[in-house]
Design a protein around this ligand. Structure first.
Ligand code: ADP
Length: 423
């Protein structure tokens, strides 16, 4: 194994895995801290669900993942978080980065959530989502990790014991040598983590080449684009053209969404406008007994009989606020996730073999409920979202796990069309 990745959520894990596959690396995603031996692959991505849990838990799981990856011989470790730097005031990006650096004896690393292809750029330490500062984007009202500051140095500094510095755009533009020298200079000044500017792909390629020999990198998925070529240049592996091929699968198709992001809301609206079937799950109604699990399941299966169905949580801000104020933020999220995961299980039991899931936390809950432990990573549907293949009760099941913010308005139908072509 060349690269071991520790991802703080499930869609983030498939996102980074898809970048590695694109670079010709045979990549397997393992769900949760692995209990046995890791699979043979150029890269193994361990998908945790540590984005919003208490920092001590996030640290413990990340260190367990690290020791599994080290045991399998990983040459470099990559801590992957969201391209919108999703974290709470307590962490967990800083605390986990600190713990991994300590365990690896790393003296400096970078922090770079940038992914220009998906509109995430960093300039002078400020993260932009498309044309907007992070703090003006829809992340401002995220149910679990509202991001109120776009200055990543200011966001990260209170979360870490180390000094946070900046690798500014002019240095990143100059190339790997300049970046290497700047990192050494920052280290001499006592910095442990450097927020790296990146406004287009070449910046990520420069950063990857400069950082491929560091014990640890921390980043969104974009940096992975450049690591494959950097490893190939070092003669560590030969890129493989067939890295993205999956076993064809036949069966029904469905979409399950627990994401409230603007992108997902547009995708839900687009799906409905195209006349496809959908079923709304309102966590407050479930809590109050106005929607029962049995009733929802019967409705979902009846709709599935007529074609692909979308099962989605109420995603508008008023419904989310109402559920959260009655149940509490965590409980409302948990109830929504549990309800959707049970519905996903029922859909798969009814013959769904191509399942799209929208939402990072939601994807974690669904894969856990389905008992999926590993995913082989296939071709991308859109940047950051590949089709993947898991085993459900011994049978192949294709899953597309979409981070809320990703994909164009027609993502759901595009994913299903793309699965038909690949199958
Ligand atoms: P994203 O990738 O868009 O952040 P996630 O699935 O990671 O999506 O997070 C969305 C969270 O919001 C989940 O925990 C989900 O269960 C929760 N959620 C979704 N709809 C509602 C709702 N109507 N009320 C309360 N919480 C909700």
């Amino acid at each position: 194994m060349i690269l071991g990745v520790i991802a703080d959520d499930f869609t983030g894990a498939t996102d980074v895995a898809s970048m590695l596959v694109r670079a010709g690396m045979h990549t397997v995603q393992v769900i949760g801290v692995p209990s046995g031996a890791l699979p043979q692959a150029d890269a193994v991505v361990i998908a945790l669900k540590t984005r919003t849990c208490p920092p001590a838990e996030a640290i413990e799981q990340s260190l367990q993942a690290l020791s599994a990856l080290q045991g399998a011989g990983a040459r470099q470790i990559y801590f992957k978080y969201c391209s919108t730097f999703d974290s709470t005031a307590q962490g967990n990006i800083g605390p986990v980065a600190d713990a991994l650096m300590k365990a690896l004896g790393a003296r400096i690393t970078i922090a770079c959530p940038a992914f220009p292809e998906n509109g995430r750029t960093i300039y002078r330490g400020h993260l932009f989502v498309g044309d907007l500062l992070l703090s003006d984007s829809s992340m401002r009202t995220h149910p679990l990790t509202p991001m109120l500051d776009a200055n990543l140095l200011r966001v990260l500094q209170p979360q870490t014991e180390q000094q946070v510095g900046l690798l500014p755009e002019p240095v990143v533009s100059q190339g790997p040598d300049a970046i290497g020298q700047a990192l050494q200079a920052l280290q001499r000044q006592g910095m442990g983590i450097a927020v790296a500017d990146a406004t287009h792909n070449q910046h990520l390629l420069n950063l990857a080449e400069a950082c491929a020999d560091l014990p640890l990198v921390t980043a969104g998925s974009g940096l992975a684009l450049g690591l494959g070529p950097a490893y190939a240049r070092r003669g560590w592996f030969t890129p493989k053209a067939e890295a993205a091929q999956l076993q064809p699968v036949l069966g029904r198709a469905a979409v399950v969404s627990g994401s409230c992001s603007h992108a997902t809301q547009a995708q839900i609206a687009h799906w409905k406008a195209a006349g496809h079937a959908s079923l709304l799950v309102d966590p407050l109604a479930v809590h109050q007994g106005r929607q029962s699990a049995q009733q929802l399941q019967a409705q979902a299966l009846a709709l599935l009989d007529r074609g692909p169905v979308l099962v989605h949580a109420a995603a508008d801000a008023d419904s989310v606020r109402a559920a959260q104020s009655q149940l509490g933020v965590q409980q409302a999220g948990d109830l929504t996730e549990r309800t959707l995961a049970a519905l996903a299980q029922a859909l798969v039991q009814a013959g769904v073999r191509k399942l799209v899931v929208a939402g990072g936390e939601t994807s974690g809950a669904v894969t856990q409920e389905l008992g999926i432990e590993r995913l082989r990573i296939g071709a991308s549907i859109c940047p950051g979202v590949p089709w993947t293949e898991g085993l459900w009760q011994g049978e192949p099941l294709w899953l597309a796990l979409k981070s809320g913010n990703f994909g164009g308005p027609d993502f759901f139908s595009a994913a299903l069309a793309c699965a038909d072509v690949q199958a």
